[in-house]
Design a protein around this ligand. Structure first.
Ligand SMILES: *Cc1c(COP(=O)(O)O)cnc(C)c1O
Length: 371
């Protein structure tokens, strides 16, 4: 059994992928070729944002967004400690300071009330750090509470950068993930709900000038042309070949989202009352980048499941404030009790659109048998 079965997906779209790759081989425009533009148009339409800027990875998407806001030393960027390394890494990379804020106990996403408190504390301290932005993460595929976060952000003049790396296709109050902040950043790492065959990512925004700036940063801060450099940027382009793969995958993406929801519903039905099953807020949908339960018998369950050939994963075993990479920030255990508690109990089960009901029954049986 696979944790994420990319082979089953490929079997469905192999013809389309090969045709599209062949087209790229024929025209030979491997960097920012026509497929990239076609993809950007499709993605912008899907997300409901005026602009899409495809880029080399989800990490680059976050980095480019922060660069576009001229984030640097002295800037405080608020985010959750219960996320993948990249979310906070890019803040430190630019010399700015991540300020962690604990999470909502049900959705595991940034808690807007605690954000409000954290911003107040920083403002009152009146030190050298300026509150500049917030990066909410749509963890496991479910958007954070953007209305509540947006209210705090507006009050304090913060930009909102949505880390939608796990949530492409999800909705919040009828609006699509990627469009929920001032800028949205997503990832096409192969294991994400929409993944390519390598690294890839995209940025979304409505502001024309911002989109221009992002396109400039994507190619070494270019101005009118490649050798006119008006700012410092990066090499953050998406390969044409990856765009071709993504176009093929988009053909079946909506169907896959429906299947993901069926898989999640079957798990929840089978596991309800035995472990803590995921909660999706009534005003949101999830794309189930992960199906994660909470259990205090995690180590035993992992052994049991793995011994029966059922793969598992832990996202994330250690919150970022306890990671060595952030030791200069001087956080300690106890600073974010919910993130710490959930990191100790979270367990992710195999999740992909092609997981069969029989396979799930077996997973549920083995899991319940191990409790
Ligand atoms: C995957 C991921 C990223 C980084 O995306 P890459 O494409 O791997 O660089 C950032 N944030 C979150 C929450 C992610 O899950």
């Amino acid at each position: 059994m696979e944790f994420i079965d990319l082979k089953a997906q490929q079997d469905r779209i192999r013809g389309s992928i090969e045709r599209r790759i062949k087209k790229v081989l024929n025209h030979g425009i491997y960097i920012l070729g026509p497929e990239v533009q076609e993809l950007e148009e499709q993605l912008a339409n899907r997300v409901g944002s005026r602009h899409c800027v495809a880029c080399a990875s989800g990490t680059d998407a976050l980095l480019m967004a922060l660069m576009a806001y001229d984030v640097g030393p002295g800037d405080a960027i608020f985010t959750t400690p219960f996320t993948f390394m990249a979310t906070a890494e890019v803040i430190l990379l630019l010399g700015a300071t991540p300020i962690f804020v604990d999470i909502d106990p049900q959705t595991f996403n940034l808690d807007a009330q605690k954000l409000q408190e954290a911003v107040h504390t920083l403002v009152q301290r009146n030190g050298t750090l300026r509150p500049k932005g917030v990066i909410p993460v749509d963890l496991f595929g479910q958007p954070a509470d953007y209305d509540a976060i947006g209210k705090v952000a507006k009050e304090h003049g913060l930009f909102v950068l949505e880390d939608a790396a796990q949530s492409f296709g999800a909705e919040y109050k009828g609006r699509k993930a990627g469009s929920l902040g001032d800028i949205g950043a997503t990832s096409f790492f192969p294991a994400k709900p929409l993944g390519c065959y390598g690294d890839g990512g995209a940025l979304f925004c409505n502001d024309e000038a911002m989109a221009e700036k992002l396109r400039s940063i994507r190619v070494h801060g270019k101005g009118h042309h490649k050798y006119d450099n008006i700012r410092v940027g990066i090499n953050g382009r998406l390969d044409t070949l990856q765009a071709a793969v993504l176009l093929a995958k988009l053909e079946i993406f909506d169907e896959e989202l429906a299947l993901r929801n069926e898989v999640a519903a079957r798990y929840s039905k089978g596991l309800q009352g035995r472990v803590v099953t995921p909660v999706v807020a009534p005003d949101r949908t999830s794309v189930w980048a992960q199906y994660s339960v909470l259990t205090h018998r995690r180590e035993d369950l992992i052994k049991k499941l793995n011994s029966k050939g059922i793969p598992t994963a832990i996202y994330y075993p250690k919150p970022l404030h306890l990671q060595g990479a952030f030791s200069t920030l001087d956080y300690t255990r106890g600073d974010f009790p919910l993130s710490e508690k959930i990191a100790d109990a979270i367990l992710s089960l195999p999740m992909h659109p092609y997981l069969r009901a029989e396979e799930q029954e077996r997973i549920v049986d083995v899991l319940i048998g191990g409790l």
